[in-house]
Design a protein around this ligand. Structure first.
Ligand SMILES: [Fe+2]
Ligand SMILES: [Fe+2]
Length: 305
């Protein structure tokens, strides 16, 4: 069996946050959630990973009501973090957003048109699609948006493409959320089949969830503000003040890996103590797996009382 000699390092790292539902006037969401505090805490966790983050992705429901002040607050909270990380920011609208104030504050344009964007970082192309349908809570893409996407995908990117869209094209178990889902997953599936799309990042469900569209994996980031209790009966739609989270998405040459990072800090302890880490650091790289992966017999406690 081949043994990896070195640590695998992703080509690109994405911090994927979703659904901050920002309220700028201090109002608590659902009478419970301080949305600005939640986004601050999530962004602090992103910075605290102390690893390279190439892109900060926010996949919609950026604000709860489309209030321009909430978009300004979003920029105040996100942009300094992105600057310190030297990370590109990709944000797109959700059903709780409003196109015009989003376009005005985040993109500096006065329009009701969806702000679909292409951001390329060292050969990885991230295409954000605004799936919000004005006046509705379910999602979709217009013929014009799909035509635009087809034109983008006609030319592959060196490291492939990641799509960002608020409404994930997968079936969540809540019958209520299925009424608010992405309208035409079949059209999108047909379009990205055979393209260089490697992953779809979405939100909207307020719960960490995974699925596929054709052969493309779909990663849904749990809500930054509140979470849907996926353990409740599907016909209920029960919100939780926790465990809010974001997804650390690591893109390798041959795969895309998603890991869930909880926003709240719980007590931690070193699963690998300092002595072991120091010992392994002294082992040549090509010997580390052999040394670290070998199981050791449990200590003999037969003589203990
Ligand atoms: Fe949401
Ligand atoms: Fe949503």
């Amino acid at each position: 069996m081949a043994v990896a000699a070195t640590t695998r390092i992703p080509t690109h790292v994405i911090a994927h946050l979703s659904d901050p539902h920002l309220l700028a006037d201090g109002t608590l969401l659902h009478g419970r959630i301080d949305t600005a505090a939640q986004l601050r805490a999530a962004l602090h966790r992103v910075e605290s990973t102390d690893q390279r983050i190439d892109l900060l992705v926010l996949s919609g429901d950026l604000t709860d009501t489309g209030d321009p002040a909430a978009y300004r607050l979003l920029r105040e909270l996100v942009e300094p973090v992105a600057a310190r990380l030297h990370a590109a920011v990709v944000w797109t609208g959700g059903n709780h957003d409003e196109r015009r104030p989003l376009a005005q504050v985040l993109f500096g344009v006065d329009t009701d048109a969806p702000q679909d964007t292409v951001t390329t970082v060292r050969g990885l192309r991230v295409i954000a699609l605004d799936t919000a349908v004005p006046g509705h809570h379910d999602g979709g893409l217009s013929d014009e948006q799909l035509d635009w996407l087809a034109r983008q995908l006609a030319t592959p990117a060196p490291h492939g493409t990641v799509l960002v869209m608020h409404h994930p094209p997968i079936a969540y178990h809540s019958p209520w959320m299925q009424l608010l889902d992405f309208r035409e997953p079949d059209r999108l599936r047909a379009m990205i089949g055979g393209s260089d799309v490697r992953a779809i990042l979405g939100g909207h469900l307020h719960v960490t969830s995974f699925g596929t569209l054709g052969t493309v994996p779909v990663f849904v980031a749990g809500g930054v503000c509140y979470v849907d209790d996926a353990g409740a009966p599907p016909e209920r739609l029960m919100a939780l003040d926790g465990p809010q989270s974001w997804n650390l998405v690591e893109v390798h040459d041959d795969q895309v890996v998603g890991s869930v990072v909880p926003v709240a800090r719980s007590e931690t302890w070193p699963a690998l103590n300092d002595e072991v880490r120091a010992y392994l650091a002294a082992v040549p790289t090509d010997r580390r797996r052999a040394v670290f992966a070998r199981k050791h017999p449990p200590p003999d406690r037969s003589g203990e009382a």
